[in-house]
Design a protein around this ligand. Structure first.
Ligand code: ATP
Ligand code: LTN
Length: 334
């Protein structure tokens, strides 16, 4: 707890350009939770280098991502928006937790298996211990709740196991976090292969809507979206393409699938695709405008980066010192 509020931690990697999936599935949830919790939203750049990165590109993407958190509506005065690499406690706690995590546990992580297969030329030990760093992120702030997508559930379970193991040896040191899975329908699928999730690392640019796509591009991508042959707007398992478009439309307009079916009863796919495209444009437009304005204000963003790194460091150090003492490191002489 900080004051009388529970603590929330989440983060995103600055790899690739964010998609509508990241926005509707993650960022938008973060906004809804930000009043209820004391929130830490990190740009997890330590995680990013588990895959080889171009340094200039990584720096630029990380700044864009941090700016985008704010452009999406997270208030940086209330939410601690910061770079993971600016708080050395993440790496320090990760080292300690590595000594409380079994190789058998890490061997079971499916994301490691997937990424190792994808980057066969660079299976480094950081990629292997990635989940321990993620556990350190969460436990460092004593987070009660962690909003994540389904793909990260295995890592969150591991975090809970590590916390419980540590607490069983040393007493109540860590809060054991709960996952917060967003609402159903928050999984946005590819526009080209609607049985696959929309992903920022998809090679086909038509499969994803990027947050910075201009209105014409957005409309064009929706016009080309793969649909089915039934030619009616119905929310059914048999029409994954249309179902995905309905999910997107509902997420952007607040309507329900039933209302959407009624609205487009008797109309063709062309009209519907156009409406979906327009609803997305109207959701993304203000975010894009705020992003453009914020990007121009270097001093403002720099101020946020500095202030929030200090705030994050304060809370991180509190936990870290406690943990260091518990495991038997000598006290610092002041
Ligand atoms: P990559 O393509 O590099 O695997 P990604 O687009 O899947 O990236 P992540 O960085 O793994 O995105 O995830 C950031 C957040 O966005 C996570 O909380 C994840 O659950 C969420 N997310 C990613 N893709 C989608 C999607 N298609 N629908 C809903 N949420 C998503
Ligand atoms: N592994 C996550 C990003 C991430 C994270 C975290 C999410 C790193 N540390 C802590 C929640 C809490 C991903 O790839 N989406």
């Amino acid at each position: 707890m900080i004051g009388d509020q529970k603590i929330l931690f989440s983060g995103m990697q600055a790899t690739g350009t964010l998609t509508l999936g990241n926005y509707l599935g993650a960022l938008k949830n973060w906004l809804e939770l930000s009043d209820e919790y004391e929130c830490f939203y990190s740009v997890v750049d330590l995680h990013s280098i588990t895959v080889r990165q171009d340094p200039a590109e990584l720096r630029k993407r990380a700044r864009n991502l941090l700016t985008l958190y704010i452009a999406a509506g997270l208030d940086p005065k209330k939410n601690c928006i910061y770079y993971q690499s600016h708080v050395s406690g993440h790496a320090e706690l990760a080292w300690i937790l590595n000594c409380f995590t079994y190789m058998g546990e890490l061997n079971r992580m499916t994301q490691f298996k997937d990424k190792a297969a994808k980057h066969a030329d660079n299976i480094n030990s950081g990629l292997y211990t990635y989940p321990v760093l993620m556990a350190a992120d969460i436990l460092l702030y004593q987070a009660d709740v962690v909003p994540v997508g389904k793909d990260q559930m295995q890592h969150l379970e591991l975090t809970r196991d590590i916390a419980q193991r540590f607490n069983a040896i040393y007493g109540d040191v860590f809060t054991v976090p709960e996952a917060y899975l967003g609402k159903v329908g928050a999984k946005i699928m590819s526009l080209q292969e609607p049985t696959k999730k929309m992903s920022k690392s998809d090679e086909n640019a038509n499969a994803s809507i990027y947050l910075m796509d201009d209105p014409d591009t957005i409309i064009r991508k929706f016009k080309r979206a793969v649909t089915d042959s039934e030619a009616c707007v119905r929310y059914s398992e048999n029409q994954p393409g249309i179902r995905n478009l309905i999910d997107i439309y509902c997420a952007c307009t607040g309507k329900t699938p039933e209302e959407t079916e009624k609205e487009f009863d008797g109309k063709g796919y062309g009209d519907f695709k156009m409406a979906v495209g327009e609803s997305v444009v109207s959701v993304l437009k203000p975010v894009q405008e705020r992003f453009a304005d914020l990007s121009k204000d270097k001093a403002y963003i720099d101020g946020i980066i500095k202030e929030n790194a200090e705030k994050a460091n304060y809370y991180a150090t509190k936990t870290l010192r406690k943990v260091q003492k518990k495991v038997g490191f000598p006290e610092r002489i002041r």
